[in-house]
Design a protein around this ligand. Structure first.
Ligand SMILES: NC(=O)c1ccc[n+]([C@@H]2O[C@H](COP(=O)([O-])OP(=O)(O)OC[C@H]3O[C@@H](n4cnc5c(N)ncnc54)[C@H](OP(=O)(O)O)[C@@H]3O)[C@@H](O)[C@H]2O)c1
Length: 307
């Protein structure tokens, strides 16, 4: 039996990875997160409280479980907050990764690390794994620096870059663009949506599956993993509204310049997925299929649709 340690197990991706790994007879799955476990299902894995900013607890967790693979999903993910809290962002997204690298070296653990399309400047998407990063924001700089440190370290590791993750989270503890659209439009709230940035939305379950495959196959190198469709954020929100029968009149299109967010965002990202398809058997759902999965999950948790 192999041991797989998943950091950030309370987060959107972390939760989906635990649901993909739990109850597998060939895997001892360790879900690690700070504070109490927010997953609804508590069986089929071990929960370990782990604040990654505390080096002692990280070391102790590695000593206790000697993981064969670590899937590191935890990060400071709020892009604008990283701009205003640079020290915290560096600590969470770079120094923590440095400590995880060290522990992986000591325990000979294979690392699967999550990174982002934001390492690119967005001038020539869709991107391959060989394209040259040029991060625009502080968040992107920290994620790129972590990538560089992993590659320099020469430990066995794969870096999985992804784009705009969406899905349903236990405990409603985190939002994402699809849930935000549904919740806001249900409440007839005006929402301002960017009309000049293009992304490929990624169903959290698809990404989780790719992370598990990368772990089981001990993948090495950089992998681009996202949905296939490259679309304007405005279209993404409108498609979601239409799918859920919600009124589009509350959607206010705005340009990046008008919205003037604290952190700069790349205009066009998107990935070419050939490598993940070939090496990891990656086959993402279409965006509409993903929305159908989200709808079913929302129904299961008793979400009330007004339309
Ligand atoms: N979300 C996206 O659209 C997107 C796009 C590209 C790349 N990514 C990357 O994909 C990965 C997963 O993203 P996600 O959407 O699942 O993120 P998420 O929902 O924000 O989850 C991140 C988790 O990390 C945890 N965390 C942060 N600092 C921690 C610390 N010091 N100790 C322990 N846990 C800590 C958070 O804990 P709390 O819940 O306690 O705050 C949270 O549960 C991240 O590495 C992110 O950079 C995400």
């Amino acid at each position: 039996m192999q041991t797989i340690l998943v950091t950030g197990s309370n987060g959107l991706l972390g939760q989906k990875i635990i649901y993909a790994l739990r109850n597998r007879v060939d895997i001892r799955c360790i879900a690690a997160a700070r504070g109490p476990n927010r997953l609804h299902s508590k069986d089929g894995y071990i929960y370990e409280e782990l604040d990654l900013n505390n080096p002692d607890t990280l070391e102790k967790t590695f000593e206790k479980y000697h993981p064969d693979v670590v899937i590191h999903t935890a990060a400071m993910t709020n892009v604008d907050q990283c701009e205003s809290k640079k020290e915290e962002a560096w600590q969470s997204n770079v120094e923590t990764v440095e400590r995880i690298i060290e522990q992986c070296r000591v325990h000979r653990s294979h690392l699967i690390h999550l990174s982002t399309d934001f390492v690119f400047d967005g001038t020539k998407g869709p991107y391959t794994e060989e394209d040259i990063p040029n991060p625009l924001s502080y968040y992107a700089r920290t994620k790129h620096e972590a990538e560089l440190r992993i590659r320099l370290s020469k430990i066995n590791a794969a870096i999985i870059r992804t784009i705009i993750i969406y899905g349903v989270v236990d405990d409603n503890s985190r939002s994402n663009v699809v849930l935000w659209t549904i919740n806001s439009l249900q409440q007839e709230k005006d929402i301002r949506v960017i009309n000049d940035q293009f992304r490929s939305p990624t169903l959290a379950e698809d990404l989780a599956e790719a992370c598990v495959e990368a772990a089981l196959r001990r993948a090495v190198g950089i992998y681009h993993v996202s949905g296939r469709e490259l679309m304007c954020m405005l279209d993404l929100v409108k498609i979601t509204a239409t799918y859920f029968g919600l009124n589009e009149k509350f959607i206010q299109p705005v340009s990046s310049a008008e919205l003037n967010q604290p952190a700069a965002r790349p205009p066009v990202t998107g990935f070419l997925l050939d490598k993940a398809e070939r090496d990891l058997g990656f086959r993402p759902h279409s965006f509409l299929e993903g929305l159908a999965i989200v709808k079913n999950q929302l129904k299961l948790v008793g979400y009330h649709f007004t339309s």
